[in-house]
Design a protein around this ligand. Sequence first.
Ligand code: FBP
Length: 334
Amino acid sequence: MLSEEERFEPSRTIERNLGMELIRVTEAAALSAGRWMGKGNKEMVDQAAVDAMRHAVDGVDMHGVVVIGEGEKDEAPMLYIGEEIGNGNKPEVDVAVDPVDGTRLLALGLPGALAVIATAERGSMYSAPPGVYYMEKIAVGPAMKNVIDINAPVAVNLDRIARARQSRIDDLTAVILDRPRHQDIIRQVREAGARIRLITDGDVAAAIQAAMEDYRGIDIMLGIGGAPEAVLAAAALKCLGGEIQCKIWPRTEEERARFKADGIDMDKVYRTEDLVSSNDVSFAATGITSGDLLDGVQYFGWGARTSSIMMRSHSGTVRYIQARHKWRKGVVQG
Ligand SMILES: O=P(O)(O)OC[C@H]1O[C@](O)(COP(=O)(O)O)[C@@H](O)[C@@H]1O
């Protein structure tokens, strides 16, 4: 019989704390970037979030290397791919960041902008080849994990989900980014009879909602979105037990030819496991503008309130954390 202490191995305790520290990083990004809501300035939205996230991440107990970040070193002075972050202590981890998923949403004051960070054991996160910006994606929750196939027609995937759920296709809802490139997918979903929720941005949150067992508003996420966002979504889905399948997507015929010449396999299916292979994944996100998944930042004279989600693959625990932040400790509340 194990004693209470013995049940918690040290590595578990470290990882536990890391998750909580990651929340502080996304909270910092959200608190800072939230000031720019609706001001129409995408650059400042991003700058504020990156600055705050970079500052906050320094104190985190980890030796992190940015795998998904703001781009290459010469174009991004902070949180660039390959940058070492954290205080240098163990654990050694890969880090994926998106200081604002939905910069346009935040700049326009629209719902659903999030600050996001994920960590996984060193060497376990996929990084798309240089010049690859988009992936075709399909994401579902744990019960539909072995049901979907990105290579199957949309109607077939919807039919399989409906059967597995013992429901009808017209009970299902697919979430899709509202883009001209999705006209054909949208037509196929409509012809199959499922409902559609079109979103203007933010397919990380959309994938999470599709995968949440206790959130039944969305059954599947479909369509083409950012390659970095695919890895962040995979980190979240690893914690939730869901499944994302992706394929590299060229934007133009020239890009297709270039990828081919570079030996990039556009038929390869990247599953959750290929995007994040570790079983020690932590994921944190804080709402910046209010959306279906999380509330946005609320400011009031002496402080602000944030709403975050934290998940760990090790335990599968999902925590929703509401925090009240005081700008200065001891300030009298109005
Ligand atoms: O806007 P595009 O070029 O269609 O790209 C889609 C990607 O943009 C987003 O909607 C927003 O990403 P950013 O906020 O980083 O611009 C992602 O969630 C999505 O993967």
